[in-house]
Write a protein that binds this ligand. Structure first.
Ligand code: NDP
Length: 319
């Protein structure tokens, strides 16, 4: 018997791809590589497999008339037109919680990296510069003031780690979390003006586009560091580059960029930035857990079982 057909809208992580292939025939980006063939295939597609930012537009959702689920490998789903998916009766799932620890770990890693100049120090030693003089002094992290933009699952996990470093913690979000015990600021600019390290960990998409703009960076100030582990779209990248060039802020640790995998060359040469390739959840353990959950959602959706982790907009509808 032939396997049911699913569409992969982006190159999937091998753990997810391999799991899907045990049950389904996976059509790899056929909607892009061969639209004519896809038009014939589309009615047979029972599920759509995506990644955090991969595009699942309204036009595609209209074509896959028998799809039962869009299963995203990642907690962010800003590439999926969720409103259109709901209109077409196709629930969307994602992989929350299983990656929270890793993303929080990397956020703290970037805080330490930019504050204590760990990558620069590594380069210093490798370049044989140690005998020629001491390395420039870093910025003390323990006891510093941390601001978190987005106190959700990951934001809270970052706060827990920062407490271990004796940092004082403040945050902004759409709503105040009175039970958190942390100081709330209504806007990113007010938060930035009161912290040493500003960590951004909101969803991407239209609602947060350029939430971190020139004004926020100005408020962060010449001794402040920006860490972005959210989405490249949340930070105005041009304004950030200008702020780094002009000394408006002290430095930045960036895991995400506006036009991945392309990183502006202006950033490559800067000694006050630490750059990582969107790898906050990239450990073997977590990628396996994400693949297991994304696969479980795909199986549940295509077999009419309750979904494990629908996105909030769909969870409300499925009740
Ligand atoms: P949650 O939904 O638990 O938390 C999101 C937080 O962002 C909430 O506190 C929310 O506020 C806040 N928020 C949303 N919109 C705004 C806004 N306009 N202004 C201020 N705050 C806002 O998500 P997670 O913590 O699980 O994940 C957060 C994001 O992290 C993901 O959506 C993804 O983009 C990113 N991510 C990046 C990874 C990487 O590899 N770099 C890996 C995994 C995730 P409120 O609580 O008031 O609603």
């Amino acid at each position: 018997m032939s396997k049911p057909d699913v569409l992969a809208v982006a190159k999937l992580h091998p753990f997810y791809q391999q799991a899907l292939e045990t049950v389904y025939t996976v059509h790899d980006r056929t909607h892009i590589t061969d639209p004519a063939a896809f038009a014939a295939l589309a009615p047979r597609i029972v599920g759509v497999a995506g990644t955090g930012e991969a595009s699942v537009p309204r036009s595609l959702l209209a074509q896959v008339t028998n799809a039962k689920v869009v299963s995203v490998f990642g907690v962010g789903y800003d590439g999926v037109d969720v409103a259109a998916a709901i209109e077409h009766g196709i629930p969307v799932t994602h992989t929350p919680d299983v990656l929270t620890d890793d993303v929080a770990d990397l956020a703290m890693g970037l805080v330490l990296s930019v504050g204590r100049t760990i990558p620069q120090a590594d380069q210093f030693v490798r370049a044989g510069q140690w005998p020629t003089g001491p390395i420039a002094l870093g910025r003390k992290v323990s006891g510093a003031r941390l601001g978190i933009v987005g106190l959700g699952r990951i934001g809270k996990a970052i706060a827990r780690r920062a407490q271990g470093f004796g940092m004082s913690i403040a945050y902004t979000a759409r709503s105040e979390k009175t039970d958190s015990g942390f100081k709330f600021f209504a806007t990113p600019a007010e938060l930035a003006a009161n912290v040493d390290f500003l960590v951004v960990i909101t969803p991407g998409g239209a609602g947060t586009k350029h939430l971190i703009n020139a004004g926020v960076l100005q408020a962060l100030g010449p001794r402040g560091f920006l860490i972005n582990v959210a989405r490249g779209s949340v930070v105005d990248e041009e304004a950030l580059i200008a702020a780094l060039q002009n000394g408006t802020i002290a430095g930045a640790g960036l895991d995400v960029f506006a036009n991945e995998p392309h990183v502006p060359e202006a950033l490559w040469a800067m000694n006050n930035v630490v750059l990582t390739p969107h790898m906050a959840s990239a450990t073997t353990e977590t990628r396996q857990a994400m693949a297991d959950l994304a696969f479980a959602n795909m199986q549940a959706g295509t077999s009419g079982q309750p979904l494990r982790t629908p996105v909030p907009e769909c969870a409300a509808l499925l009740k």
